[in-house]
Ligand binder design. Structure first.
Ligand code: SIN
Length: 522
């Protein structure tokens, strides 16, 4: 009997599940053992909450060339054109595969798939399940995961570091160190290959559409281990999060709502996007988010309005039941009431540099989904291309994983006993998090200035100096683990933004000036 291929997947969202099931399906002569470490239930993942859908070329009038050119246009040409081609061409097969697994997507009366229109798309191209596409895809993938004996889910494990051996180009990832969030035990899990599918880092900002778990864990672990990154300067802000007056996670109002006819209005209730861009309300997200940001600053207000009147109450409630419910909880009836909306951090267009098979610059380490910088998105992401990527690259990554040398049996997990999570919040962590998110929002957000980027880096330097000794005392809390990772991502995003002298996509620099020479080190 040959040694099983041992693989650890960190993250239990769509990319992680798609990869794990593909790898198990491809098992031939050699057995495989896949452990999926997840820190929280899939129901609180970004994947699950995805409203929009999967962009794919479905209609005869559409073409791969058009989907590719929309992707490249929104990405400011900073995309990897080969990856764009490969992922776009996978679209129809991905949809067929999901339907084959039992996924239901909305249909026209004639039985054809109903396609939604979103920002930056030259045509309606988004396959969806009302406004709960993430829920539907997670449902079918989760069933597959549960039915696959080779996959075991190890819950409430907060991965904190990668375990590597070797140096330079010979560096190899051989495992993951993780904290059990119930007991505080630290376990070292070993494997022939490690796959990061941990999502993004929206919690870097005061307002985000991402769930609380979007703390950049995988990107930070990869950077600490020496993995290369790409496109981290490009943080996409979604134009329409529901304004609640509170900081943190905000409810998303899908762009498909504008695709169905809703219009953005300024504080003066006049059309906000008129004359700003030929695509109007459905211009690329960075264009719309920036126009809203400017309108809010000009009027001194903290939100603008979304008028869903053209959709009507009934149609809205039918097409967007989840959003209608969130609005109802806020005392709003879409179609009757104007909805207060603001931009919020939504998606990291870059991440750990990977090739078109998910391989990072460290041997044995893969990155998939939002934590990866595959080159698909470039300087801004075309709406609904992310679920497409999260479903297209895993198959290729699984094929690549079978090439991993795996003659040696990996050591059993090693638990470091007697470590206990700090019971109470560690001093200053909450305040440091507030300072960090404020600096990122003010200076590394929708509109950036050279001096502002320098200020953000000063704040990051200062917080790093405070956090280091606390971390070394090993009085860890989930908040401290999150802050440690967010700091790494904050530094990388800010430094990447400082290396971009010209505005492109989601990176918009006003009054470019040369950066001071002494600021980049702590
Ligand atoms: C949305 O529905 O507006 C979000 C979808 C996406 O970010 O791709």
């Amino acid at each position: 009997m040959s040694t099983p291929l041992d693989v650890i997947v960190v993250g239990g969202g769509i990319a992680g599940m798609a990869y794990a099931t593909q790898l198990a399906d491809q098992a031939g002569k050699r057995p495989v053992r896949i452990r999926m470490l997840s820190k929280a239930a899939v129901q609180v993942s970004n994947s699950y909450q995805a409203q929009g859908g999967v962009a794919a070329v479905i209609r005869r009038e559409d073409s791969f060339a058009d989907h590719m050119s929309d992707t490249l246009a929104v990405g400011g040409g900073r995309n990897d054109a080969e990856v764009v081609k490969l992922v776009v061409q996978e679209g129809p097969a991905i949809i067929r595969g999901l339907i084959g697994l039992g996924a239901h997507f909305d249909k026209e009366p004639d039985g054809a798939l109903e396609l939604a229109r979103e920002g930056g798309h030259s045509t309606a191209r988004v396959v969806h399940h009302r406004d709960r596409t993430g829920v539907e895809i997670v449902r079918v993938l989760e069933q597959r995961v549960k039915a696959t004996a080779a996959i075991s889910v190890v819950p409430v494990q907060r991965a904190i570091d990668l375990i590597t051996e070797g140096e330079g180009t010979g560096r190899r990832c051989i495992g993951v160190r993780a904290v059990d969030l119930r007991t505080g035990d630290i376990t070292e899990f070993f494997a022939h290959a490690v796959v990061l599918a941990t999502g993004g880092a929206g919690q870097l900002y005061e307002h985000t559409t991402n769930p609380p778990g979007a703390t950049g864990d995988g990107i930070a672990m990869g950077i600490r281990a020496g993995a290369r990154t790409r496109d981290l300067a490009f943080v996409q802000f979604h134009p329409t999060a529901l304004f609640s007056g509170k900081r943190g996670t905000a409810n998303l109002i899908s762009e498909a709502v504008r695709g169905a006819g809703a219009r953005l209005l300024g504080a003066d209730k006049q059309p906000l996007m008129a004359g700003v861009h030929p695509m109007g309300d459905l211009a690329p997200r960075h264009v719309v988010a920036r126009a809203i940001h400017r309108a809010m600053v000009r009027a001194g207000v903290d939100h603008v309005w979304l008028d869903a009147g053209p959709i009507g109450i009934q149609r809205f409630t039918h097409a967007f039941p989840g959003i209608a419910e969130q609005c109802r909880d806020a005392g709003l009836l879409p179609g009757r009431d104007l909805l207060p909306v603001m931009p919020a951090a939504h998606y990291m267009c870059g991440g750990l540099l990977t090739d078109d098979r998910g391989r990072t610059s460290i041997q044995g380490l893969y990155a998939l989904g939002e934590c990866a910088g595959s080159g698909l998105h470039g300087a801004d992401r075309l709406a609904s291309n992310s679920l497409l990527e999260a479903l297209a690259i895993p198959k290729r990554a699984a094929e690549a994983t079978w090439e991993t040398p795996c003659e040696q049996v990996v050591p059993a997990p090693r638990t470091i006993p007697h470590h206990r999570l700090a019971k109470r919040p560690v001093e200053n962590v909450g305040r440091a998090m507030t300072a960090l998110t404020h600096a990122m929002t003010m200076h590394v957000g929708i509109i950036r200035h050279t001096k502002g980027l320098e200020s953000a880096l000063r704040v990051i330097n200062c917080i790093e100096r405070q956090v280091e000794p606390i971390w070394k005392r090993r009085r860890w809390t989930p908040g401290l683990m999150d802050l440690r990772d967010l700091l790494v991502v904050a530094r990388s995003v800010t430094e990447a933004a400082m290396r971009e002298p010209v505005s492109v996509g989601a990176h918009y620099l006003e009054n470019p000036e040369p950066a001071s020479a002494d600021i980049t080190r702590g």
